[in-house]
Design a binder for this molecule. Sequence first.
Ligand code: GTP
Ligand code: MG
Length: 195
Amino acid sequence: MIVKKAEFVISAVKPAQYPDDALPEFALAGRSNVGKSSLINCLVRRKNLARTSSKPGKTQTINFYRVNDLLYFADVPGYGFARVPKSVRAAWGKMMETYLTGRETLKAVIQVVDVRHPPTSDDQNMYHFLKHYKIPVIVVATKADKISKGKWQKHVKVTREGLQMVKGDPLVLFSAETSYGKDDLWGEIESRIGV
Ligand code: GTP
Ligand code: MG
């Protein structure tokens, strides 16, 4: 995909605020601080379109980005961040569930995990949640630049097994730092919107 235009559209907390122009949409899900916003920036080649932070919990609303007037990325709050009050976490969970189960234009969830570590129980729950609701999923194992190439395949295997991934589901090894895997991921996205 040659990105000619990438724009922030809206931060939403409820369905009435979601964009309603019916373009296909891809949501980023993953642990807080795993690199979801960085992944969006890498895909659209803009350093700071989606806000990133070294502190977890940066993204707290569902942020919609429109690319080439063709598709949306929805950057959703990360899960598994322990240092937020339970009540706040419950509200996030509800917002996510409403979004993921009700968004008609959602083509797939890009579930981002850290390739350095085995999936956490939160990662497992998210994957199984998506399977349960029959929401297509593209798993992205990111921060590949943080481990040596020789270890990549072993870590990819641990990720696949840890999530108990279904055989046909794609896993893309990725790095927002080096853009490794970017073309593969765009390929997965494009194949789902017929371009
Ligand atoms: P929340 O919005 O808090 O859920 O976090 P997020 O998942 O959007 O993470 P974000 O993109 O803000 O990145 C978190 C930190 O990880 C930042 O310091 C990024 O620079 C770093 N990071 C993200 N992707 C990569 C990567 O592929 N490689 C390396 N080395 N660092 C990365
Ligand atoms: Mg973020």
